[in-house]
Design a protein around this ligand. Structure first.
Ligand code: ZN
Length: 318
């Protein structure tokens, strides 16, 4: 077969457009690619923290890779303003670091999805299936690497689904943020999903309170960094913290306990665990002398978990 008769590669249909000439705006079909995301439901996100990594999972959908028993971690560059199909907790990774020294293989375009999803395998090794190597610096597809300017772009008109070969350690992540779940569509649990109504900050509050209570975030650990910015909770964590504060603020206090008493810290820890798993906190909270004492004990506990000064943990007055 002569070159002119060769079939055009499938990826050319999804080729990136021209970079914007205005540095403050980008063209959707040529979106700068700096980060990729993995989104999970709260319960799965909790398990990810227990494992300290995103574990690669077997490809089980109608992908070409299904037969190969390949395990991958799914990542996407897209941000959806109408909420995520995959849950509320968004793990962010730096794209350049992630793909350093890796190779790309074109897997497929999922045409029945709307928008169409393109799938690219990111790996160190030659894949089990005979996939075409994709060279982002020269191939005319949805992923483009501008070598001269060391800049990456993707075509935001389509859904990018990067299949990362292997596990991804959370310690290598950039940040963990919270997003709304899509109101009607869940790709994990379908119609039986219980998180459709969960707003970003509610999901964040549930996750954070459990992570603190179970010591999965603690002062000596590296994972607390994922929720911090300049020594304070980052914006999403701060909004979630507001939810926790308000819930604890509604407890009616009738006891004698102050923040200085030994049981104060274990008690707020137990309350955080209960709060994170949708159980009542009012009986335990009632043991405090006042809402001020309860709040102070809670802020001390949170400051300790993140190893930040207590002044950096917002109180209910501000
Ligand atoms: Zn769901």
């Amino acid at each position: 077969m002569t070159d002119s008769k060769k079939k055009r590669p499938e990826w050319e249909e999804y080729c990136v457009g021209e970079p914007s000439s205005d540095p403050d705006r980008f063209n959707v079909n040529c979106r700068p690619l700096k980060s990729v995301y993995h989104i999970a439901h709260v319960s799965d996100a909790y398990r990810i923290f227990e494992d300290r990594r995103l574990r690669a999972t077997l490809v089980t959908d109608e992908s070409r890779l299904k037969e190969t028993r390949s395990s991958v971690t799914w990542l996407s560059p897209n941000i959806w303003f109408s909420g995520s199909f995959y849950g509320n907790i968004r793990f962010e990774f730096d794209w350049k670091e992630l793909v350093q020294g890796k190779q790309f293989y074109w897997v497929e375009a999922m045409r029945k999805y709307s928008p169409v999803a393109y799938r690219i395998l990111i790996t160190d090794e030659k894949p089990a299936l005979d996939l075409d190597r994709y060279k982002p610096e020269k191939d005319q597809g949805p992923l483009y690497y501008d070598e001269d300017n060391d800049a990456w772009y993707c075509n935001g008109d389509f859904t990018g689904e990067f299949m990362f070969d292997g596990d991804l350690w959370l310690a290598e992540g950039k940040t963990v943020e919270f997003v709304d779940h899509h109101e009607k569509i869940c790709k994990k649990d379908g119609a039986s999903c219980t998180d459709f109504d969960l707003r970003s900050h509610q999901a964040g509050a549930a996750l954070l309170s459990r992570l603190i209570a179970q010591n999965l975030i603690h002062g000596n650990g590296s994972l607390r960094r994922l929720f911090l910015n300049k020594g304070k909770l980052h914006d999403d964590a701060e909004a979630s913290w507001g939810n926790i504060l308000r819930s604890f603020g509604r407890v009616e206090t009738t006891g004698k306990l102050t923040h200085k008493d030994d049981p104060a810290s274990p008690l707020v820890t137990a309350m955080l665990d209960r709060y994170g798993t949708k159980r009542k906190i009012k009986q335990l909270g009632s043991l405090f002398r006042s809402n001020e004492e309860l709040e102070l004990a809670l802020r001390i506990r949170v400051a300790k978990a993140f190893d930040i000064p207590i002044e950096n943990v917002t109180d209910s007055e501000s």
